[in-house]
Design a protein around this ligand. Structure first.
Ligand code: PRP
Ligand code: ZN
Length: 297
């Protein structure tokens, strides 16, 4: 009989800016799951991995308490929790993810003047990120009053609770809808992969590592392209130098053509039109750029 079911849990934001991309990332890692009736847990069907759908603000604590082994959360949430101080083991950041880009910014009601950080002295700033904001204000050398709110920060000025706000800005539509204007960037943020303490048993420890590696692989693949082209032998060096982020390309002879070779390479960076145009100018022909499906370093 199994003493404890050997599975790992990954914490993901239940509803919000990171939800769709986080679940998509896990699917790309090969995970297929069925969603439980309570909608809070997705049971992995083909791996010993379950997905817990939670409030993003709870993810650092869930990792610190060992409820989950991995999590996907915004750097903003992670830093705010970390600044709460010692007590819980801080989750380890395994790496930046390529989604969830946003800014934690100060915004003032449209029409109100803003004359630089000096003018913040004595102002009331509403935010859900009091610790990050405190640190930033200290760096700026100004003292302001922080009004901590857990949500609906953007309506605080209209309610007369604050003079300005410090909140996340992604597309900017929340600010626009509330007639607020971004005036200072306090923090640039994006999603990160975080881990709690390494599980004691090797089975779960292995799955944490495996999933983290697969996520890393998905990130690499998204940026990578496979490029194939014909190059005049004389221009081979120049063409190789133009291929972005490649190590050693494969160079093959072309049947019946002596002055040209076929070049195949994995480019670890996106290949833009400008690169293709430069390649063509250098003498390359029959250039093909293909997406990479999977990659294992
Ligand atoms: C943030 C922020 C705004 C919104 C800004 O919320 O509080 O409401 O995103 O995005 P926009 O510029 O695209 O309009 P978040 O998704 O972090 O949810 P939460 O604060 O409820 O956790
Ligand atoms: Zn949140």
């Amino acid at each position: 009989m199994m003493e404890r079911e050997l599975r790992i849990k990954v914490a993901v934001q239940k509803t919000g800016r990171l939800t769709e991309n986080s679940l998509e990332m896990l699917k790309r890692c090969g995970l297929s799951y069925s969603r439980g009736t309570d909608q809070l847990i997705c049971f992995g069907e083909n791996m010993p991995v379950d997905v817990l759908l939670v409030r993003d603000d709870d993810i650092p604590s869930l990792l610190a308490e060992g409820v989950c082994e991995l999590g996907i959360v915004g750097l903003n949430v992670l830093l705010e929790k970390a600044a709460e101080g010692p007590g819980l083991v801080a989750p380890r950041t395994l790496g930046a993810l390529d989604f969830g880009h946003c800014r934690l910014s100060l915004a003032v009601p449209r029409g109100k003047s803003y004359d630089g950080t000096g003018s913040l002295a004595g102002a009331r700033i509403a935010t859900s990120y009091p610790r990050i904001l405190t640190g930033w204000l200290q760096e700026q050398g100004v003292e302001a009053e922080i009004v901590t709110l857990s949500g609906a920060v953007e309506i605080a000025p209209r309610l007369g609770r604050a003079d300005l706000i410090c909140d996340l800005v992604s597309t900017g539509s929340t600010l626009a809808a509330n007639e607020l204007e971004e005036v200072e960037v306090v923090l640039e943020s994006h999603a990160v992969l975080v881990a709690g303490e390494t599980p004691a048993d090797s089975f779960r420890a292995e799955w944490v590592k495996r999933l983290a590696n697969r996520i890393d692989g998905v990130l690499r693949v998204r940026e990578s392209k496979y490029i194939m082209l014909h190059a005049p032998r004389a221009a081979l060096e120049e063409i190789r130098a133009l291929l972005p982020g490649t190590e050693a390309p494969t160079v093959m002879p072309l049947d019946g053509i002596d002055d040209k070779v076929a070049v195949h390479a994995v480019c670890r960076e996106n290949v833009f039109w400008e690169t293709l145009e430069s390649l063509k100018q250098a003498g390359a022909s029959s250039v093909l750029v293909l997406p990479v499906e999977k990659m294992l370093a």
